[in-house]
Design a protein around this ligand. Structure first.
Ligand SMILES: [Fe+2]
Ligand SMILES: [Fe+2]
Length: 181
């Protein structure tokens, strides 16, 4: 699998999780029922699977390889992508804080929902830009040696920073929550 195909497959898992979160919030709006443990699991997915693993692979390995291949970073699409990763991190922090507040539960959920809607909107348009524009443009400039090098870097990053078990367990979490909601 090419490195961009691996990341695009992760985009599918990320989009599934965003849909699950939206369903959870819709059910809460309608019936006032919500599972805080599920929200906590989703926030961990956002922090570790999306930010550390997925955005880490893009920022540390893919974007520098694209830059070396002649695509401008600062002021270009990759600069925007990195800024959006940073903004997404702030929304996830806000979700995390809202879940840990000691105030009344309704207030916490409304703060959580507000940050969630911002985050889901941001990530959907972010993924669309990567899938439709940046990845095809960058991929076309990579040599087979570049691809091999990036794939190796991805492999090492997941193994050392995330761990295989945890990486797999995140895919299982998406499936499990998807079967509930
Ligand atoms: Fe990204
Ligand atoms: Fe991405």
């Amino acid at each position: 699998m090419k490195p961009v195909e691996e990341l695009m497959a992760e985009h599918q898992a990320i989009l599934k999780m965003l849909n699950i979160l939206e369903k959870i919030l819709l059910v809460h709006k309608k019936d006032h029922i919500i599972s805080i443990p599920h929200l906590n699991q989703i926030v961990i997915f956002f922090k570790v699977f999306i930010d550390k693993c997925h955005h880490g692979k893009e920022e540390k390995f893919l974007f520098p390889a694209f830059e070396e291949a002649g695509i401008p970073n600062e002021g270009g699409l990759m600069g925007i992508m990195s800024e959006e990763h940073h903004l997404g991190r702030q929304y996830v922090e806000e979700m995390s804080k809202a879940l840990n507040l000691k105030e009344n539960e309704d207030h916490n959920i409304s703060r959580f929902s507000e940050a969630s809607y911002r985050y889901t909107g941001l990530l959907r348009s972010h993924i669309e830009k990567e899938n439709q524009i940046l990845f095809p443009m960058g991929e076309a400039r990579l040599s087979s040696m570049d691809r091999k090098k990036i794939s190796d870097q991805f492999f090492q990053w997941e193994k050392n920073e995330i761990g295989w078990d945890q990486h797999e367990s995140f895919h299982c979490l998406v499936e499990n929550l998807g079967s509930i909601y």
